[in-house]
Design a protein around this ligand. Sequence first.
Ligand SMILES: Nc1ncnc2c1ncn2[C@@H]1O[C@H](COP(=O)(O)OP(=O)(O)OP(=O)(O)O)[C@@H](O)[C@H]1O
Ligand SMILES: [Mg+2]
Length: 399
Amino acid sequence: MIYFQKQVFYNQFSPWSLPLQEKTFEVPVPLRQAADQTGVQYHRLRKAAGDGRLIAQKMGNQYMVLLSDVQHFLQQGDRRRRLSDSLDDIAPFPLLDGQAPAARETTGSQVAKAIKRDPLALARVITITAPKGGTGKTTTTLNLGAALAEMGYRVLLVDCDPQGNLTLSSGIEASQLKNSLDSAIKHYLATFTPQIEPVIMQAPVGLDIVPSNIRLAGTADEMLINSQGVWVLQKLLRSVRSRYDFILIDTLPSLGVLVKNSLVAAQEIIIPHESEPLSTEAVAMMLKQVDIIKRSELNSELKIAGILLTKVTKSKLHREVVEFTRSEFGKQVRVFNTIIERSVQFAEAQGLHKTMLSYKPKDKGAQAYRNLAQELIFGSDAVNYNEIEEDLAVTEESR
Ligand SMILES: Nc1ncnc2c1ncn2[C@@H]1O[C@H](COP(=O)(O)OP(=O)(O)OP(=O)(O)O)[C@@H](O)[C@H]1O
Ligand SMILES: [Mg+2]
């Protein structure tokens, strides 16, 4: 039997609800209680929660589940629950009209290999950010996500940029979206109920995504004037962290409220650094901003996963920037051994709404993002720094 608690709440500001609405909430219960109530062995639920077949969320020192989710899991047997299944159950608002979640590409990138998961582990939330345009934030979010998915990890991309570039690159027509990140933010600001699941889509590139479009810019203004505005993304993502291994957030080139949200929501950041002098300034600004976020205790645990050199060529200037980045910034934070070289194939892949891993799976660009994923998970020793540097060695002609 499922136990419900009825609550009446006033949500006149909700963008999609009637002014006064009676809504049924199901109260989460501890995992052990759910096992007792449904007559299932506790360790079976624990295992299912660990590998993503059952949604669980950590509250205090225990994991909570909805009994309806447990029942759903039991009905589904041991078939892994897909997000699109759950959308029908939970969605308080419709998905994009006539646009069912797109079929996944059959590149094999989503074929899960045997990954040893800590049961009940929550996703690593990583923000990809730099206060300068065009440094490769979106490209990195998409291709790192694809590389992690290829390894068998469950990945969610979050487009936190009103430009909607990540949404477009992943194959979704951003301007046509009825519901996107901005809907979930507005709903949260009006009701303080975090509901992001209904806006998660399976993008044609084969990854789950929270899409965005230009409407997010207007929502950002609302976040600015709301006393809870800086916490919104963290609250929204918390409700899906148990379903993924990695949540990657793409940001716009600024230090405004959306970026602040993504820094509060994340545990780590990656700073893409286009190997040019102006980008060096942006990296320095970003490091300062992280320091402010930590000292202000908005997110005292925030870590810098690393600076990622992007769009690197064999020119003398780029070589100097690479060396400077390693010698100066490298004293304080990790600079990834992996370097992303400049290649027109990135723009080509973007134009075709593909990842580099599906567009040119054997080429350097795809391999570089695989290396980055390895480095992120297994540490910098996993990627041979010397080999990469030798590859970039300046030739006599380019001096
Ligand atoms: N390694 C690369 N080599 C060549 N071009 C690249 C590379 N990485 C990205 N690009 C191209 O550079 C442009 C900007 O990249 P991207 O959109 O990832 O940057 P961004 O930091 O997200 O930009 P914005 O700040 O506007 O959000 C795109 O056209 C993209 O295809
Ligand atoms: Mg971008």
